[in-house]
Design a protein around this ligand. Structure first.
Ligand SMILES: C[S@@+](CC[C@H](N)C(=O)[O-])C[C@H]1O[C@@H](n2cnc3c(N)ncnc32)[C@H](O)[C@@H]1O
Length: 274
């Protein structure tokens, strides 16, 4: 990673423990989705990666827009608790904003493996007792489910929406993503929900091979799955309409003109028995 020659002045929102002169993938992502929690080094890396894959920022924005619509719909169904694993930086317009706008008694727990995302998240949520963020690994389900913040904010006897947005594509088949998902969903009460978005297999050819390589180098190995493979991760749950579709096509707002070509699949399912 490149470093800047000049030291930047640290803004009040940037926690002291984060390095603002070295790019952070969490802040690169924040920049792509239109956030303000990023620095020139992050924007420079974002520009380089997106130059090879011009659809990437729009795809990630469409993913976030899907997430907001899903939270709104689940709030309308009466869900008040959200566990968002692989959340990234929970900046403006994220799950807690949507959930709390729908119902002021909603509770949101964010978890991410990236300490930089968590540090920014902690600063952002410092004055919000109804939401928390902590560092955790999706693979370590017991630690996440038993964490102090989870126990303080989430009552597993009542419905919870588990959000795995743009994170399961980092879990290879050899690590059994369905078994991983089930370690969480088996703890959820009836009428709980599972929200997934995932890099979509059909779209791989749209990205130039070198761009895919660049993205891999900058982020992590991405496993592309198709609709059926993604639907299989909802096994045992009931997919709500319209099922697994490209993220922009999942219940778009009437005013939106979704670009169906974007390479992100999405779906929402409910746990039966509610
Ligand atoms: C592409 S971003 C998605 C951010 C957000 N969920 C969204 O959809 O806009 C993926 C996030 O997953 C996190 N992540 C990757 N592997 C993880 C793991 N094993 N456990 C927890 N978080 C993980 C990364 O640090 C990153 O913040």
């Amino acid at each position: 990673m490149e470093r800047q020659d000049t030291e930047l002045e640290r803004p009040a929102w940037a926690p002291p423990e984060v390095d603002i002169d070295t790019p952070s993938i969490a802040r690169v992502y924040d920049h792509w989705i239109g956030g303000t929690h990023n620095f020139p080094v992050d924007r420079e890396l974002a520009r380089k990666v997106a130059a090879g894959n011009p659809d990437l920022p729009a795809t990630l924005k469409a993913n976030r827009a899907f997430l907001r619509r899903a939270v709104r719909e689940l709030s309308a169904l009466g869900i008040r608790q959200f566990l968002d694993i692989g959340s990234g930086i929970p900046a403006e317009g994220n799950v807690h904003d949507v959930a709390l706008a729908a119902h002021p008694d909603s509770k949101v727990v964010y978890v991410d493996i990236d300490p930089v995302a968590v540090a920014h998240g902690r600063a952002l949520l410092a004055d919000e007792p109804r939401a928390a963020v902590f560092q955790g690994d999706l693979y370590r389900s017991q630690e996440i489910l038993d964490a102090a913040d989870t126990r303080r904010l989430i009552d597993f006897d009542r419905p919870v929406a588990l959000i795995l947005a743009a994170v399961l594509h980092f879990v290879p088949d050899g690590d059994d993503p369905l078994a991983l998902v089930r370690r969480y969903t088996e703890r959820l009460a009836p009428a709980s929900a599972l929200v997934i978005s995932h890099a979509g297999a059909e779209e791989v050819p749209r990205a130039a091979p070198e761009a895919a390589e660049q993205y891999r180098g900058a982020v992590s190995q991405v496993i592309w799955r198709d609709n059926q493979e993604l639907a299989a991760l909802f096994e045992g749950l009931e997919l709500v309409e319209p099922g697994v579709v490209r993220a922009p096509l999942w219940r778009p707002e009437p005013a939106e003109t979704p670009d169906p070509g974007l390479a992100m699949l999405a779906g929402v399912a409910l746990k039966p028995g509610g």
